[in-house]
Write a protein of this length. Structure first.
Lengths: 115, 111
């Protein structure tokens, strides 16, 4: 059974810092890995999707890497801003499953960026 | 169509009552998913549909839960004889291909 773990559970940083969020998964047979953002009481917004054959994806100040063989992914946020404050969730789609959208999520990292 | 729509956004119900949530996916998305999220945890997969066919159900979906997607458009998730442990946010998502879009969720509080 796939298990996804995110470290740290919470992170508080001053504005402007570069930061790294970590995600690990136990079964390396995945289709893809996604990073989502969730604001309090809201749904999820997809930030980056990395296919299993890819090593990284970038969008603006965000960069996500994937090391499938070791079961790890990192989300790098450059020059953090207060508006980045949210919960960040990592999720994997398992190979051999019936749908790309059947995701296994980590418990999330709660990020607070203070001015 | 601006996104996945869920209704109601909030529901408070007494233990033992039945509740139903509705999800309207993005037009032409053939796949629709239901997830459940409790405080401090990531979402957990419940079930998914491809068009009108329910193709997979999680063991989390007990006999009190039923989901439908008539005509392959909107979907409903019904919880019968609610229990306090059912209190959670129920998220709907839809996809066509790799990209998945989530709704804002329906909060359920069972008192």
């Amino acid at each position: 059974k796939q298990e996804v773990t995110q470290i740290p559970a919470a992170l508080s940083v001053p504005e402007g810092e570069n930061l790294v969020l970590n995600c690990s998964f136990t079964d390396s047979a995945i289709y893809n890995l996604q990073w989502f953002r969730q604001d309090p009481g809201k749904g999820l917004t997809s930030l980056l999707l990395i296919q299993s054959s890819q090593r990284e994806q970038t969008s603006g100040r965000l960069n996500a890497s994937l090391d499938k063989s070791s079961g790890r992914s990192t989300l790098y946020i450059a020059a953090s801003q207060p508006g980045d404050s949210a919960t960040y969730l990592c999720a994997v789609s398992n190979a051999g499953g019936t749908s790309y959208g059947k995701l296994t999520f980590g418990q999330g990292t709660i990020l607070t960026v203070h001015p | 169509d601006t996104g996945v729509s869920q209704d109601p956004r909030h529901k408070i119900t007494k233990r033992g009552q039945n509740v139903t949530f509705r999800c309207d996916p993005i037009s032409e998305h053939n796949r629709l998913y239901w997830y459940r999220q409790t405080l401090g945890q990531g979402p957990e997969f419940l079930t998914y549909f491809q068009n009108e066919a329910q193709l997979e159900k999680s063991r989390l979906l007990s006999d009190r839960f039923s989901a439908e997607r008539p005509k392959g458009s909107f979907s409903t998730l019904e919880i019968q004889r609610t229990e306090q442990g059912d209190s959670a946010m129920y998220l709907c998502a839809s996809s066509f291909g790799n990209t998945i879009y989530f709704g804002e969720g329906s909060w359920l509080t069972v008192v």
